[in-house]
Write a new protein. Structure first.
Length: 264
Protein backbone atom coordinates (compact mmCIF):
# COMPACT_ATOMS: atom_id res chain seq x y z
CA UNK A 1 0.00 0.00 0.00
CA UNK A 2 2.86 2.37 0.83
CA UNK A 3 4.32 1.81 -2.66
CA UNK A 4 0.95 2.58 -4.24
CA UNK A 5 0.59 5.81 -2.23
CA UNK A 6 4.11 6.86 -3.13
CA UNK A 7 3.69 6.12 -6.84
CA UNK A 8 0.40 8.03 -7.01
CA UNK A 9 1.77 10.94 -5.00
CA UNK A 10 4.93 11.32 -7.08
CA UNK A 11 2.91 10.80 -10.26
CA UNK A 12 0.81 13.85 -9.39
CA UNK A 13 3.94 15.92 -8.87
CA UNK A 14 5.26 14.79 -12.23
CA UNK A 15 2.03 15.64 -14.06
CA UNK A 16 2.10 19.15 -12.60
CA UNK A 17 5.85 19.63 -13.14
CA UNK A 18 5.37 22.58 -15.50
CA UNK A 19 3.16 24.36 -12.98
CA UNK A 20 5.64 23.62 -10.19
CA UNK A 21 8.45 25.09 -12.27
CA UNK A 22 6.39 28.17 -13.11
CA UNK A 23 5.37 28.77 -9.49
CA UNK A 24 8.93 28.28 -8.23
CA UNK A 25 10.25 30.81 -10.75
CA UNK A 26 7.51 33.24 -9.76
CA UNK A 27 8.37 32.77 -6.10
CA UNK A 28 12.04 33.58 -6.68
CA UNK A 29 11.19 36.69 -8.72
CA UNK A 30 8.54 37.89 -6.27
CA UNK A 31 10.84 37.50 -3.28
CA UNK A 32 13.03 40.40 -4.39
CA UNK A 33 10.60 42.38 -6.52
CA UNK A 34 10.66 46.06 -5.62
CA UNK A 35 13.92 45.84 -3.65
CA UNK A 36 16.88 47.98 -4.68
CA UNK A 37 19.45 45.18 -4.47
CA UNK A 38 17.20 42.46 -5.89
CA UNK A 39 18.94 39.08 -6.26
CA UNK A 40 21.98 40.39 -4.37
CA UNK A 41 20.01 39.68 -1.17
CA UNK A 42 20.53 36.00 -2.01
CA UNK A 43 24.20 36.60 -1.28
CA UNK A 44 23.92 39.30 1.37
CA UNK A 45 21.79 37.21 3.75
CA UNK A 46 24.31 34.35 4.11
CA UNK A 47 27.21 36.81 4.08
CA UNK A 48 25.69 38.70 7.02
CA UNK A 49 25.30 35.47 8.99
CA UNK A 50 28.81 34.51 7.96
CA UNK A 51 30.24 37.76 9.33
CA UNK A 52 28.45 37.39 12.67
CA UNK A 53 29.51 33.79 13.26
CA UNK A 54 33.09 34.40 12.16
CA UNK A 55 33.36 37.25 14.66
CA UNK A 56 31.78 35.22 17.48
CA UNK A 57 33.53 31.89 16.97
CA UNK A 58 36.96 32.89 15.67
CA UNK A 59 37.48 36.43 16.94
CA UNK A 60 35.59 37.03 20.18
CA UNK A 61 35.49 33.57 21.78
CA UNK A 62 38.21 31.89 19.67
CA UNK A 63 36.28 28.63 20.07
CA UNK A 64 37.26 27.56 16.55
CA UNK A 65 40.76 27.76 15.06
CA UNK A 66 40.16 26.40 11.55
CA UNK A 67 42.26 27.96 8.81
CA UNK A 68 40.01 29.74 6.30
CA UNK A 69 37.21 29.44 8.85
CA UNK A 70 34.96 31.82 6.90
CA UNK A 71 34.97 29.42 3.94
CA UNK A 72 34.26 26.42 6.20
CA UNK A 73 31.34 28.30 7.69
CA UNK A 74 30.06 29.49 4.31
CA UNK A 75 30.08 25.89 3.03
CA UNK A 76 27.81 24.93 5.93
CA UNK A 77 25.59 27.99 6.05
CA UNK A 78 24.42 27.69 2.43
CA UNK A 79 22.88 24.19 2.74
CA UNK A 80 21.60 25.08 6.21
CA UNK A 81 19.79 28.16 4.90
CA UNK A 82 18.24 26.03 2.19
CA UNK A 83 17.03 23.65 4.91
CA UNK A 84 15.80 26.31 7.33
CA UNK A 85 14.15 28.44 4.64
CA UNK A 86 12.36 25.49 3.08
CA UNK A 87 10.98 24.17 6.34
CA UNK A 88 10.05 27.60 7.70
CA UNK A 89 8.25 28.72 4.53
CA UNK A 90 6.95 25.24 3.81
CA UNK A 91 5.16 25.11 7.16
CA UNK A 92 2.41 27.49 6.04
CA UNK A 93 2.58 26.78 2.31
CA UNK A 94 -0.62 24.71 2.18
CA UNK A 95 -2.48 26.63 4.89
CA UNK A 96 -1.89 29.96 3.13
CA UNK A 97 -2.32 28.58 -0.38
CA UNK A 98 -5.94 27.52 -0.13
CA UNK A 99 -7.14 30.03 -2.72
CA UNK A 100 -4.57 28.88 -5.25
CA UNK A 101 -5.34 25.22 -4.64
CA UNK A 102 -9.09 25.65 -5.14
CA UNK A 103 -8.77 28.11 -8.03
CA UNK A 104 -6.29 26.10 -10.06
CA UNK A 105 -7.58 22.71 -8.84
CA UNK A 106 -4.10 21.41 -8.14
CA UNK A 107 -2.88 18.86 -5.57
CA UNK A 108 -1.91 20.56 -2.28
CA UNK A 109 1.51 18.85 -2.17
CA UNK A 110 2.63 21.08 -5.04
CA UNK A 111 3.06 24.06 -2.72
CA UNK A 112 5.72 22.55 -0.40
CA UNK A 113 7.55 21.39 -3.53
CA UNK A 114 7.51 24.95 -4.87
CA UNK A 115 8.95 26.29 -1.61
CA UNK A 116 11.79 23.76 -1.59
CA UNK A 117 12.68 24.43 -5.23
CA UNK A 118 12.61 28.22 -4.84
CA UNK A 119 14.99 27.94 -1.89
CA UNK A 120 17.14 25.57 -3.94
CA UNK A 121 17.40 28.36 -6.53
CA UNK A 122 18.74 30.71 -3.85
CA UNK A 123 21.28 28.06 -2.83
CA UNK A 124 22.45 27.56 -6.41
CA UNK A 125 22.74 31.32 -7.00
CA UNK A 126 25.02 31.69 -3.97
CA UNK A 127 27.12 28.59 -4.68
CA UNK A 128 29.39 30.20 -7.34
CA UNK A 129 30.35 32.88 -4.81
CA UNK A 130 31.62 30.21 -2.42
CA UNK A 131 33.55 28.46 -5.20
CA UNK A 132 35.09 31.74 -6.36
CA UNK A 133 36.01 32.80 -2.80
CA UNK A 134 37.60 29.40 -2.18
CA UNK A 135 39.62 29.67 -5.38
CA UNK A 136 40.84 33.14 -4.35
CA UNK A 137 42.04 31.61 -1.08
CA UNK A 138 43.89 28.90 -2.98
CA UNK A 139 41.29 26.19 -2.38
CA UNK A 140 40.57 25.19 -5.96
CA UNK A 141 37.68 22.81 -6.71
CA UNK A 142 38.66 19.15 -6.81
CA UNK A 143 37.27 16.11 -8.60
CA UNK A 144 35.03 15.60 -5.56
CA UNK A 145 32.84 18.40 -6.96
CA UNK A 146 31.33 15.76 -9.27
CA UNK A 147 29.65 14.25 -6.19
CA UNK A 148 27.86 17.49 -5.32
CA UNK A 149 24.63 16.48 -7.15
CA UNK A 150 24.29 13.50 -4.77
CA UNK A 151 24.43 15.80 -1.73
CA UNK A 152 21.94 18.15 -3.40
CA UNK A 153 19.58 15.27 -4.25
CA UNK A 154 19.66 13.94 -0.68
CA UNK A 155 18.77 17.33 0.76
CA UNK A 156 16.15 18.00 -1.91
CA UNK A 157 14.24 14.78 -1.17
CA UNK A 158 14.57 15.22 2.59
CA UNK A 159 13.34 18.80 2.49
CA UNK A 160 10.34 17.96 0.35
CA UNK A 161 9.35 15.30 2.86
CA UNK A 162 10.00 17.50 5.90
CA UNK A 163 8.18 20.49 4.37
CA UNK A 164 5.19 18.34 3.42
CA UNK A 165 5.00 16.93 6.96
CA UNK A 166 4.97 20.32 8.69
CA UNK A 167 2.69 21.83 6.02
CA UNK A 168 0.15 19.03 6.47
CA UNK A 169 0.20 19.27 10.26
CA UNK A 170 -0.08 23.08 10.21
CA UNK A 171 -3.41 22.94 8.36
CA UNK A 172 -4.86 21.07 11.35
CA UNK A 173 -2.66 22.45 14.14
CA UNK A 174 -1.66 26.07 13.54
CA UNK A 175 0.76 26.09 16.48
CA UNK A 176 3.13 23.89 14.47
CA UNK A 177 4.50 26.92 12.61
CA UNK A 178 5.64 28.54 15.87
CA UNK A 179 7.04 25.28 17.21
CA UNK A 180 9.06 24.78 14.01
CA UNK A 181 10.59 28.27 14.23
CA UNK A 182 11.90 27.58 17.74
CA UNK A 183 13.06 24.04 17.03
CA UNK A 184 15.09 25.23 14.04
CA UNK A 185 17.19 27.44 16.32
CA UNK A 186 18.01 24.47 18.55
CA UNK A 187 18.58 22.27 15.50
CA UNK A 188 21.13 24.72 14.11
CA UNK A 189 23.38 24.45 17.15
CA UNK A 190 23.09 20.65 17.12
CA UNK A 191 24.39 20.66 13.53
CA UNK A 192 28.12 21.16 12.82
CA UNK A 193 27.68 24.25 10.69
CA UNK A 194 29.66 26.76 12.76
CA UNK A 195 32.00 24.22 14.36
CA UNK A 196 33.78 21.02 13.25
CA UNK A 197 32.74 17.63 14.57
CA UNK A 198 36.03 17.05 16.34
CA UNK A 199 35.39 19.84 18.88
CA UNK A 200 32.23 18.14 20.13
CA UNK A 201 32.84 16.31 23.44
CA UNK A 202 32.82 12.55 23.02
CA UNK A 203 29.73 12.03 25.16
CA UNK A 204 27.68 14.33 22.92
CA UNK A 205 29.14 13.32 19.57
CA UNK A 206 26.61 10.55 18.93
CA UNK A 207 23.82 13.09 19.31
CA UNK A 208 25.39 15.35 16.70
CA UNK A 209 26.40 12.57 14.30
CA UNK A 210 22.93 10.98 14.28
CA UNK A 211 21.32 14.36 13.68
CA UNK A 212 19.75 14.13 10.17
CA UNK A 213 20.97 17.61 9.29
CA UNK A 214 24.57 16.57 9.94
CA UNK A 215 24.39 13.93 7.21
CA UNK A 216 22.95 16.56 4.85
CA UNK A 217 25.28 19.47 5.62
CA UNK A 218 28.61 17.69 6.14
CA UNK A 219 28.94 16.44 2.53
CA UNK A 220 28.81 20.05 1.32
CA UNK A 221 31.62 21.01 3.69
CA UNK A 222 33.65 17.96 2.68
CA UNK A 223 33.24 18.65 -1.05
CA UNK A 224 33.41 22.44 -1.12
CA UNK A 225 35.81 23.21 1.75
CA UNK A 226 37.82 20.08 2.45
CA UNK A 227 37.88 19.27 -1.29
CA UNK A 228 37.49 15.54 -0.82
CA UNK A 229 34.83 12.94 -1.40
CA UNK A 230 32.23 12.87 1.38
CA UNK A 231 32.39 10.04 3.88
CA UNK A 232 30.30 7.11 2.71
CA UNK A 233 28.49 7.08 6.03
CA UNK A 234 27.34 10.67 5.59
CA UNK A 235 26.00 10.07 2.08
CA UNK A 236 24.35 6.77 3.10
CA UNK A 237 22.74 8.28 6.19
CA UNK A 238 21.65 11.30 4.16
CA UNK A 239 20.02 9.07 1.56
CA UNK A 240 18.32 6.93 4.22
CA UNK A 241 17.06 10.03 6.01
CA UNK A 242 15.76 11.47 2.75
CA UNK A 243 13.85 8.29 1.86
CA UNK A 244 12.42 7.98 5.38
CA UNK A 245 11.33 11.62 5.31
CA UNK A 246 9.62 11.16 1.94
CA UNK A 247 7.81 7.95 2.91
CA UNK A 248 6.60 9.36 6.24
CA UNK A 249 5.46 12.56 4.55
CA UNK A 250 3.49 10.76 1.85
CA UNK A 251 1.80 8.41 4.34
CA UNK A 252 0.88 11.30 6.64
CA UNK A 253 -0.35 13.51 3.81
CA UNK A 254 -2.45 10.80 2.16
CA UNK A 255 -3.95 9.84 5.52
CA UNK A 256 -4.95 13.47 6.23
CA UNK A 257 -5.57 14.54 2.63
CA UNK A 258 -9.36 14.78 2.77
CA UNK A 259 -9.23 16.78 5.98
CA UNK A 260 -6.53 19.06 4.59
CA UNK A 261 -8.60 19.89 1.51
CA UNK A 262 -11.69 20.59 3.62
CA UNK A 263 -9.90 22.83 6.13
CA UNK A 264 -8.12 25.06 3.63
Amino acid sequence: MEASFLRTHLGELYRYRVLIDSLARREVRARYRGSVLGYLWTLLNPLLLLTVYVLVFSRFTRAVTIQNYALFLFAGILPWQWLAGSITNGTTSIAHGGGLITRVCMPPQILPAVVVLSNLANFLLALPVLVAASAMAGLWPSAALALLPIAVANELVFLYGASLIVATLTVRFRDVQFLVQNLLLVWFFLTPVAYPLDVVPERYRVLVETNPATALVRPFQEILFERRAPETGHLALGAATAVASLLLAVLLFEAMRDGVVEEI
